[in-house]
Design a protein around this ligand. Structure first.
Ligand SMILES: Cc1ncc(COP(=O)(O)O)c(C=O)c1O
Length: 361
């Protein structure tokens, strides 16, 4: 079985001046490169038609299953340009494995790790000029996704599925320095339940989170913090990031896996905790513990971990009838040190002791 994604180059690339303009201020998720990867799976023939072609709209029949039953998954990772011009991916095998787990949960076909990596690497090679020169954390965000494209109505796994990867240049997440975010602790909405799809990266999870996000904004907060659905009042995660606490006695604590997304950045900070003299700990954290230990100062910092913003300080929390800050409400020193440490590895500014970087160009 081939894992080649042959390149059919666009005849209408974005003019260089326009691309340079975009790369000067790309924002996040607003601009897309000239090419896309794609492949199609059918239950009869497996994966076929692998290619890198011009970025173009899909043509979907109105009954395509994804439009009705939401059978869809995705991933998010980045390509980083190092100071010597080389281009690297960070732990893409971890995204490939999570994509495979998400596919299994959503009854979608398995894409091999080799196909996942080849599609991404060939797309990055085709669109190399779109990988920003970094002055801090600019990168090329990569979005692999898979959806049910079979034409039928009826609730069953689709017999035709489309896989694709698109790429979007991303600027620094915090344009004006690293800001802390405030969280609305939702007592109305939960994100997932045991046996549900919380561990999968499927579009439906995010569709179901939008009302909670609106709620958070209405309460003057930037993001939502979800609690478990079993009524144990334990912290789960934020809308697109995992949560970590730093304690005064030098622990980096994060909720255990089960109903949350197994973040690549979460695993990265757990692995790197020792480099900052922190002891990693995965266990349930109750809202009561967070509130009382924020008040007595034994939880000194809280941060979110995710690919898009790397590490985001969480400085204030609000819920029905209460609100509190962490420390003095500004980003903490361990949070900032961890952020720099992760970015230094991703941009090749420090030794890659764990073999996490994969060179593409
Ligand atoms: C719900 C959710 N949790 C956590 C994360 C962080 O995962 P990662 O570090 O792999 O980006 C993400 C982002 O993908 C997410 O969407």
């Amino acid at each position: 079985m081939t894992t080649d994604f042959p390149l059919f180059r666009t005849t209408k690339p974005t003019p260089e001046a326009e691309r340079e303009n975009i790369l000067a201020a790309p924002g996040f998720g607003q601009y897309f490169t000239d090419h896309m990867a794609s492949a199609v799976w059918t239950s009869a023939d497996g994966w076929q038609d692998r290619k890198i072609g011009p970025l173009e709209p899909f043509s979907l029949h109105p009954s395509a299953a994804v439009l009705h039953y939401g059978q869809e998954i995705f991933e998010g990772l980045k390509a980083y340009r190092h100071a010597d011009g080389s281009v690297w991916l960070f732990r893409p095998e971890a995204n490939a494995r999570r994509f495979a787990r998400s596919a299994e949960r959503l009854a979608l076909p398995q894409l091999s790790v080799e196909d996942f990596l080849a599609s991404i690497e060939e797309l990055v090679r085709a669109d190399e000029p779109w990988v920003p020169v970094s002055t801090g954390e600019e990168s090329l965000y990569l979005r692999p996704f898979m959806f049910a494209s079979e034409v039928f109505l009826g609730v069953r796994p689709a017999a035709q599925v489309t896989y694709s990867v698109i790429a979007s240049p991303a600027g620094p997440f915090f344009a004006s320095g690293i800001e802390g975010v405030t969280l609305w602790i939702s007592s109305k909405f939960t994100r997932s339940a045991k046996g549900g799809t919380g561990e999968a990266k499927c579009g439906g999870n995010y569709a179901a989170s939008l009302a909670a996000q609106v709620d958070a904004k209405q309460h003057g907060c930037d993001q939502v913090m979800y609690l478990d659905s079993a009524g144990d009042n334990t912290l789960e995660e934020s809308g697109t990031m995992n949560v970590c606490l730093i304690t005064a006695d030098g622990r980096l604590v994060t909720p255990a896996l089960g109903t949350i997304l197994e973040g690549v950045t979460r695993d990265t900070v757990l692995t790197l905790a020792g480099d900052l003299d922190l002891v990693p700990e995965e266990r349930p954290i109750t809202l009561g513990e967070l509130r009382s230990r924020a008040a007595d100062g034994s939880i000194t910092e809280v941060f979110a971990a995710g690919t898009a913003a790397v590490i985001t300080p969480m400085v204030g929390f609000k819920g029905e009838g209460y609100e509190f800050t962490i420390g003095d409400g500004t980003p903490g020193k361990h949070t900032l040190a961890m952020r720099e440490h992760v970015l230094d590895i991703q941009f090749g500014r420090t030794e890659d002791k764990h073999g996490w970087m994969r060179r593409v160009l």
